[in-house]
Ligand binder design. Sequence first.
Ligand code: NAP
Length: 242
Amino acid sequence: MNYALVTGGSRGIGKAVCIKLAEMGHNVIINYTSNEEEAKKTQEAVKAKGVDAIIMKFDVGNIEQVDNTLGKWMEDNKDKNISVLVNNAGIRRDNLLVFINPEDWHKVMNIAVDGFYNVTRLVCKQMLSKRKGRIINMVSLSGLKGMAGQTNYSASKGAVISATKALAQEVGKRGITVNAVAPGFIKTDMTTDIPEDQFKAMIPLNRFGEAEEVAGVVGFLVSDAASYVTGQVISVNGGLYT
Ligand code: NAP
């Protein structure tokens, strides 16, 4: 039985990705770190599409938690296989560089960069043995362009963009594709403090995006239509940056 694992699947873009993948017929493992109530709502929405949905609590940045939950689940469920991984969990802790405290620097890097490593290392090993898999990393416009007030976040997403390109070259011969999706401004809990009215004028499509519009691109990258696409970063930003 095949599963898609979506980190940070309880809310926002991750939730929309879980629902999209469920619509495409994938069983889904919904990871979250604190918001069990929202994770359960996503689980219900996924189950409503007629596929299996498992919620799994771990902090992607904590290697012991990843090993003891995800690693243990993989060990205990040898009949189940994770064929799709969406590394989506992420946070912002914005400030001008000189005011970023060490905790906010390391926390953002930890969740994005260590989180990518902690989870992908386990799942990719299984994909290599099956000679099949799709890995999609949720990065950001900020990691491509650099954004003032987000040096920690830009650095973390830039690192994952480079890791995407490197890993794609490592595992391509084994039938695994690795791509990244780079959203611009998307309406989720992460962006409630950013006023759309003030910012939309600089976006060619003149609005913020919906989580479902990002999920649609993830769905494409997971689909057979994207079988020859790897090592790419696909922007979903309303034309804000090309
Ligand atoms: P969100 O609404 O704030 O949701 C964040 C999700 O990540 C939640 O499911 C949360 O789980 C989970 N999460 C946070 N820290 C985690 C950890 N340490 N371990 C496991 N899960 C964790 O954010 P979003 O806007 O959907 O963002 C999703 C991804 O897209 C992030 O990587 C973000 O950087 C990227 N992105 C977003 C935008 C945007 O405009 N929204 C733009 C560019 C890129 P809980 O519910 O348990 O807290």
